[in-house]
Design a protein. Structure first.
Length: 265
């Protein structure tokens, strides 16, 4: 089975982001969705464009987009056909609308319930991360070289989204953090890619949706990283239910991180 070319996919997304996102950055009409999250005209514009171009080039695949209705999303996952593009047209909309330069476009291709291709593009830094199942992880077409993690969890930089975690765990992390320092950036797709690049060392998120993590989780996996949900199950779920995520690029650090998280349960 020949998969779509990641270089072609990156080129499509780069041009779409250049024309649909960058001109609207921090100057865009926004409104609240039913779940309280922000949506902007930029989200809709780039999703419509990507949907049109992906269907034109690869008509055999369906498409699941974040800005579809819940009923449309459920129908796509229930009947994925030969394959299904999973698209987050603007991951980090709150950052984008507020003028914070940390957001991304995320696209994954799921075939037979597994992600076989993932791409995440950062328009601000012009960084395109991509991976193919069984292949290399690339950054702008060149092999991604991840930075090594420290030997101990106590020396690690963590990225933690406190908002969606159980209160008891948040209190433990606040009062007895096991790492050196902590960040929270606001784009789940880029979080996975930055973990794959070793820009931080451990990751924790309490609730992300399939379009948030599908591409980034494959990129981390292909770099040798490890991840699981808080309950120990795989992060990826083709049913589309929100998932928690524990992750690290280094296996030993991942084990230390997970053991610490489990020690308070």
């Amino acid at each position: 089975m020949k998969l779509p070319d990641s270089e072609t996919l990156c080129a499509i997304v780069k041009l779409a982001a250049e024309q649909e996102l960058l001109p609207r950055f921090a100057d865009v009409t926004r409104k609240l969705k039913g779940d309280g999250s922000i949506v902007t005209v930029a989200d809709r514009a780039i999703q419509d464009r990507l949907e049109s171009e992906l269907r034109q080039l690869w008509p055999q695949y369906g498409l699941l987009g974040e800005e579809m209705t819940a009923a449309e999303q459920a129908a796509c996952l229930a009947q994925p056909g030969e394959g299904l593009w999973i698209v987050d047209p603007l991951d980090g909309t709150s950052n984008f609308a507020a003028g914070i330069p940390f957001y991304s476009v995320s696209i994954a291709l799921m075939i037979d319930g597994k992600v076989v291709l993932g791409m995440v593009y950062d328009p601000v830094r012009d960084e395109c991360f991509s991976a193919v199942k069984g292949g290399a992880t690339l950054l702008n077409g060149e092999p991604l070289k991840g930075l090594e993690a420290p030997a101990s969890l106590q020396r690690c930089i963590a990225t933690v989204d406190f908002k969606r975690l159980p209160t008891s765990l948040v209190l433990r992390l606040m009062h007895s953090p096991p790492y050196s320092s902590q960040r929270s950036f606001g784009s789940v797709a880029l979080d996975w890619c930055w973990a794959a690049a070793g820009r931080f060392h451990v990751y924790l998120h309490g609730r992300q949706k399939i379009w948030d993590y599908a591409a980034g989780q494959l990129i981390l996996e292909r770099m040798g990283g490890r991840s699981c949900a808080l309950d120990g199950a795989p992060v990826f779920s083709a049913c589309g239910e929100p998932r928690s995520a524990i992750a690290a690029l280094d296996s030993d650090i991942f084990q230390q991180w997970r053991e610490w998280l489990l020690s308070g349960s």
